[in-house]
Design a protein around this ligand. Structure first.
Ligand code: FAD
Length: 494
């Protein structure tokens, strides 16, 4: 006999709802608890998971295996080559260990939900209880409705409802207990599982030695690292977050997205720690930086709610169906210039080079480069969405899809399409001294504060050319006019 917890994107022992329930169940029944994680190369392909992200997950699993072993709980990690075989393999595993109870936290993407629903049926047919619970959002999807019973599609009223819901249900911020230590006798029953080798990363997702070294230094894995980052951020930076969060040259944000996306940190813990730093119970009172940060963590919940309420966003469709008819450009050389950071727009190129180097990009820059691709280059935003997933360490379907929809004006942003970012103005506003640009584009180090944002337009063309920095691939003014016309035409066409 045993109880199994199926880990997915919840790779932590603390404040993990399903794991906590599983460990209670196992303790009460006097049986061992087993952790299971399935490596699915086909899911990595289907979800375009970036090698840097796969690597982070694998490193996290090592830490988790070690932490669980200290509690006498094994973590069995196994590769299942064909994703349609996953349910069958899990059932076999449950059978091998005589487990009649399994727990998991719910994932809301369409493929994952379908798989879970199927597993619930298959388990029930065999008399196995499979409990799938809400965990990843602070407020579970479905909990918030407008006065007229509708789901919110606009962030601000949704956020007010989110705050009110937590204030009336303070238990939503009660953390779940980590599993207790299991007895040596329980350990002995599942002893062979402790010695299992960790599977290899599929070849197509492996990092080169050089990339691995650099990226491991940026992104140490595991829940302890996540907690350290959270505590340090709450002590040192959160107070100024509202002022510094839009300055890409500074480390003014938490860099916790990879941990929230991998589940090495729960959103509940993040919000609770921030609130405790504030020393007031309400989430929308007290220190401004704390309030702002909590409202950003809430965006993550928001996009997951959107995904659940409008699942067609998982199927390559824009949230606003009326934007389905835009005539996108598929200009390969423009896309290559954008993705390789050589558009001739320094702020765009710096941001794309930051992502290539770190697997992460500052939020302000994500908005600028996304708007540039969809509006200035009129390239299908879904190509940008894919490219981000293929390169980000924190790639998360809901947040990425939401961010791209928002930036391309086809998503939940109530603003109309004619709000088009001017990359030059964005650059001057958020990187006035060009520090961010110079960090990522060494060719532009010798430019003055004025030249650095637009060397060819500001009389520094010869210098830029000599340094090997490319000329602009489009003129913003013309590109803007073209975008307005093409969006309008797409909207008017049936
Ligand atoms: P902080 O500013 O410290 O924020 C704390 C946490 O709140 C973040 O870690 C994140 O979990 C959440 N958060 C903050 N802003 C947002 C937001 N706008 N939407 C959703 N969650 C948010 N975030 C991802 O986690 N994965 C993605 O794949 C992703 N793709 C994006 C694509 C585009 C086009 C845009 C505009 C944004 C995207 N974001 C994505 C949101 C945001 O850029 C990152 O979460 C943020 O930059 C991460 O840095 P941080 O942890 O220092 O954030």
């Amino acid at each position: 006999d045993a109880v199994v917890h199926w880990f997915k994107m919840d790779l932590r022992t603390h404040d993990n709802r399903a794991l906590s329930l599983a460990s209670e169940k196992a303790k009460d029944a006097g049986v061992p608890l087993i952790g299971l994680y399935v490596v699915s190369p086909q899911d990595f392909e289907a979800h375009l998971t970036a090698p840097v992200r796969v690597d982070f997950v694998m490193r996290t699993l090592q830490v988790l295996k070690h932490d669980l072993a200290k509690l006498n709980v094994p973590l069995h990690v196994e590769t299942v080559e064909k994703r349609k075989e996953i349910p069958k393999r899990i059932l076999e595993f449950l059978d091998e260990w005589g487990a009649n109870h399994m727990f998991a936290n719910m994932e809301y993407e369409v493929d994952e939900l379908r798989r879970e629903a199927k597993m619930v049926h298959l388990c029930a047919e065999r008399g196995i209880a499979f409990e799938v619970v809400h965990d990843t959002c602070v407020v579970p999807p479905g909990a918030l409705q407008s006065g007229s019973g509708k789901q919110y599609s606009v962030y601000s009223p949704w956020f007010r409802a989110w705050l009110a819901h937590i204030h009336t249900n303070p238990d939503l911020l009660t953390l779940f207990k980590a599993p207790p230590t299991f007895s040596p006798a329980a350990r002995a029953k599942v002893a062979v599982l402790f010695d299992c080798e960790m599977p290899q990363v599929p070849e197509s997702k492996r990092l080169s030695e050089e990339d691995a070294q650099r990226l491991h230094a940026f992104w140490p894995a595991g829940e302890h690292e996540a907690m350290d980052r959270l505590e340090k951020f709450c002590q040192e930076k959160i107070g100024k977050y509202h002022q510094r969060r839009n300055v890409p040259s500074e480390a003014g944000t938490s860099s916790l997205s990879v941990h929230l996306a991998t589940g090495t940190l729960s959103a509940r813990t993040a919000v609770l720690y921030a609130r405790n730093r504030n020393k007031v119970k309400k989430l929308d009172a007290g220190i401004e930086g704390v309030q702002t940060w909590i409202s950003e963590v809430a965006w993550r919940d928001f996009y997951k709610h959107v995904l659940v309420n409008w699942p067609y966003v998982c199927m390559n469709k824009p949230f606003k169906p009326e934007y389905s008819n835009i005539t996108w450009s598929y200009n390969a050389s423009h896309f290559a210039a954008w993705s390789q950071g050589r558009t001739g727009f320094p702020v765009i190129d710096a941001a794309m080079r930051q992502m290539a180097h770190m697997g992460w990009m500052h939020n302000r820059c994500r908005m600028i480069v996304a708007s540039f691709l969809a509006k200035d280059l009129l390239i299908d935003w879904r190509m940008g969405e894919r490219f981000f997933m293929e390169n980000l360490i924190d790639g998360d379907f809901a947040s990425n899809n939401g961010g791209w929809g928002f930036s391309a004006s086809v998503g939940v942003d109530p603003q109309p399409y004619f709000r088009i970012f001017n990359p030059l103005l964005q650059s001057e506003k958020f990187d006035p001294n060009g520090e961010y640009i110079k960090k990522w584009i060494p060719e532009l180090k010798g430019m003055t504060n004025k030249e650095v944002h637009d060397p060819y337009g500001r009389g520094a063309g010869a210098k830029a050319r000599k340094a090997g920095y490319p000329e602009r691939i489009v003129e913003h003014k013309d590109a803007r006019a073209r975008a307005l016309a093409v969006y309008k035409e797409g909207l008017e066409r049936d």
